[in-house]
Design a protein around this ligand. Sequence first.
Ligand SMILES: NC(=O)c1ccc[n+]([C@@H]2O[C@H](COP(=O)([O-])OP(=O)(O)OC[C@H]3O[C@@H](n4cnc5c(N)ncnc54)[C@H](OP(=O)(O)O)[C@@H]3O)[C@@H](O)[C@H]2O)c1
Length: 335
Amino acid sequence: MSDQDDGLRLFITDILILFSIGFLSVQFFKFVSWSYIYIRASTLPRYLPPQKKVPNWSLVTGATDGVGLALAHELALHRNSSVIIHGRNPTKLATVASSIRSQLPPNSPIRIETVAADVVEPIAASRTIATFLEGKNIRISLLVNCVGGTVMFGRRYDGLDEISEEAATGIINLNTVFPAMLTRAVKPRLARPACIINLGSYAGTAGFPFLSFYAASKSFNMTFSTSLNREMHALNQDIEVLGVVLGSVRTESSGLITRDASGKVGLEYPAFFIPTPEDMANAILARVGCGRHVVVGYLGHALQAIPMEWLPNALTEVMAMEATLRRWKAERKGE
Ligand SMILES: NC(=O)c1ccc[n+]([C@@H]2O[C@H](COP(=O)([O-])OP(=O)(O)OC[C@H]3O[C@@H](n4cnc5c(N)ncnc54)[C@H](OP(=O)(O)O)[C@@H]3O)[C@@H](O)[C@H]2O)c1
């Protein structure tokens, strides 16, 4: 073998070693920055200063149940925030408000207000809420666009041939038009600094079948968050907009809670991957200030998403398909 061949082999080996070091360094850097999202301290106190005598205001939509309800509790009881609870049912709103008030310490300056608006009429609902804020002269430091879902329109999973016009437009209005129009309507009532959190769903990231209208709506929310966050930054508005992606949560509407004959509650898969609404609420608030436009809120959900990013396409196709096909079939069987 000539000296020239040896030189070439050495050169190729050096290139491969350098390439491997470079690749591993990039992966390591990615891993460290990914991990940091879940261990860093939240900057929520920047928007809701804990020592302030007159508490700031948060507005949480869809806060009479599930994650929204847990957020309202957490903000009022532990984050020094007065809260406006939005829902559609005045009786349920009154019950939730008095339950939170009864848990506040005596003489607490925290206030709980409620506003009812059915968001199936998204423009009218966003106007109702904006008028309510104006009437009470309230400035919002934290807006959580939480209301969303599919189950309120009948089924959880629907194919294109099955879904009614009413359910399809309802899903779009509830998950997309309303949060966007509400954000637009309450912008003049935002304090500075302020934070807007929009809730997304892993269905929107993965594009699960039989959830097309819902998945696309949730995906809209995330692009809306990214674009708006950049716009606020460009205009020096001191308003952070964060899209938080959720996987399955232990809410009644998720359909992942089963009950046997004795009423004992079971879960479809390991509990770590299906947080309680309270854990989910804390995870959402913990991600504030994470430096991303869109983030998977809860660590267990972020771990679940890794295979979808790393495995070969053929495999992720099967996984995305199976995830909801099985549940769609089960829902039809139960009808
Ligand atoms: N749970 C999950 O597994 C999961 C997974 C991914 C993403 N997410 C997202 O996380 C968010 C919260 O979900 P969740 O499961 O906590 O919701 P949930 O338990 O079903 O609660 C929904 C809330 O929205 C209200 N609401 C429903 N329809 C309404 C309407 N037409 N007008 C006004 N309010 C209405 C409900 O009021 P009532 O009490 O009157 O019904 C309730 O307060 C949603 O955006 C959802 O898409 C949830």
